[in-house]
Design a protein around this ligand. Structure first.
Ligand code: DHK
Length: 151
């Protein structure tokens, strides 16, 4: 019999709790609760549980990632403001033993130059940006597919 697929960990970095209020012309009108609902719906359709979290704390995010090894089949991370600054989060992600997909709601390639650098990308198997919150759904579909293949 096949092993059950381990859940997917969805990590949201700083200020993403303010989605819906925060610069709606850049990030849209959906709230973080809407993103969570989309992720859970997509997970249900794919037959995989979703553990959805947000933190403004780099240390807390690092702790979640370090404890994810062996417990989750994949990680979806929107590192938000830590994308271009956190070698520490990159190092934590490099400890994880499954696929990692980096998601950004907005198209970073056409925003400020300082947003173009991503340390997290060095640990990611794929990156989705500029699809709005739908990028989360695409990432979960792909992570579920990879988890099924690995099971
Ligand atoms: C979200 C943030 O908070 C910014 O710091 C990033 C990212 C972009 C997003 O598009 O989801 O630069």
């Amino acid at each position: 019999m096949r092993e059950p697929i381990r859940p997917i960990l969805v990590i949201n970095g700083p200020n993403l709790d303010m989605l819906g209020t925060r610069q709606p012309e850049v990030y849209g009108h959906d709230t973080l609760d809407d993103v969570a609902a989309l992720c859970r719906r997509t997970g249900e359709a794919e037959g995989v549980d979703i553990d959805f979290r947000q933190s403004d704390s780099e240390a807390e995010i690092m702790g979640w990632i370090k404890r994810a090894r062996g417990a989750f089949s994949g990680i979806l991370i929107n590192p938000a403001g830590f994308t271009s600054t956190s070698i520490a989060i990159l190092d934590s992600l490099l400890i994880f033993d499954g696929p990692i997909i980096e998601v950004h709601i907005s198209p970073l390639f056409r925003r400020d130059e300082f947003r173009h650098l991503s340390y997290v990308s060095k640990a990611a198997s794929a990156k989705i940006e500029g699809f709005g919150i739908r990028g989360y759904a695409f990432a979960i579909m792909r992570l579920a597919e990879l988890a099924r293949k690995a099971a």
